[in-house]
Design a binder for this molecule. Sequence first.
Ligand SMILES: C[S@@+](CC[C@H](N)C(=O)[O-])C[C@H]1O[C@@H](n2cnc3c(N)ncnc32)[C@H](O)[C@@H]1O
Length: 401
Amino acid sequence: MSYSELNGKMDQENRQSAARCPHFGTCGGCRTQDIPYHLQLEQKRSDLRELSAPVVPPDLLETLDVYPSPILWEYRNRMEFTFSSRDDRLVLGLHRRGKYWDLIDLEECHLCPSEFSRILWAVREFARDSGLPAYHKNRHDGFWRYLLIRGTCATRRFLADIMTAEENMQVIAGLAKHLTQSCPELRGLYWSYVPGVADVAAPLRSELVFGQPFITERFLGLEAPIYSRTFMQPNLTVAATIYETLADALNLSGQERVLDLYCGMGLIGGSLSDRVAEALGIEIDPVNVETAHEFIRRNGLGNVRVMQSDVASVQRPPFDLRGKDVIILDPPRAGLSRQVFAFLDACPPCRIACLSCNPKALADNLARFADAGRYRPFFLKAFDMFPHTPHVEVLALLEPV
Ligand SMILES: C[S@@+](CC[C@H](N)C(=O)[O-])C[C@H]1O[C@@H](n2cnc3c(N)ncnc32)[C@H](O)[C@@H]1O
């Protein structure tokens, strides 16, 4: 299907279902769902062109396109919901638009599989009946804090992680019983202890309450395990296209060595395994490293390794990098740190792939590469990982000058 045919189809589908969510307008989750999809893409493309103009050659700017997500709804494989209370009633949902302190008591969310809503309803019903209060952000008291749901959009398998500010295993056992009866689609439940005052779902401890520790998703012919807190790109259909585009644009010969910085569970290295000599990933989060080891083992990826380390502390490449070898950089939203640029400056020239969900940070990073004068971008493409939101994922490839 051509781009224009695809856009036409999406436009039609989208117009029929414009703003299909009852929370549209108040929820901070997706802000552009009333805009026809082809116009969302056009907007993203024009914003990107403006941002990238100072840092990429005019021919790349001219051909810069935004690959549309083949799935417009139910594309997210991960959602985090927050507990709060309003007028003494427990609320579970997403933040209200522009009001991080206020929550919408969520009925449905069309960005994730419909099973997410059913699991949310069951958890909220149990939490209300428990009589225990939601955690209060300012007073720092209360029990229920966050509900994290993971799911596989294709095979419809689900995991939940209930996060509380206090330990009360009797209540959690009651919740487990309630969920096994009301949500047969749930494959496992974690409980996580989050006593910290910061409003982030960063547990001190996690344990599996029932079921299996991870669900699996087919990804580019591989079996990818997903634990409750494994990092994974939120829209896997688009992620698969990004990784294939990356491999094709690098025109790999099979001899290349790949250093995959910020590798998560190693999906990029894994997807390149039969097109390169070896891939080494570096990742800071132990949950992702554990997932990566399971991923490598399950798929027999003999030439892929993942090490736990802070990228900022890497000073020398772990193997000789040269010529057509590749360094992949896929940092969190903030982009690349000073230490990473110092490391890159110390590496012999090779090829660099920058992937980013923050076009502004990417543009700043490309400006830094341009200032140093060692690399120039030869490929730039955007991918709509997040339909109905202003966000977009961008891939830039650089080669030595
Ligand atoms: C945007 S994700 C990319 C994951 C992976 N490339 C993928 O596509 O699935 C960024 C990853 O960097 C990791 N990370 C963040 N800061 C890091 C650091 N200082 N050193 C190593 N890894 C880091 C995060 O845990 C996360 O897994």
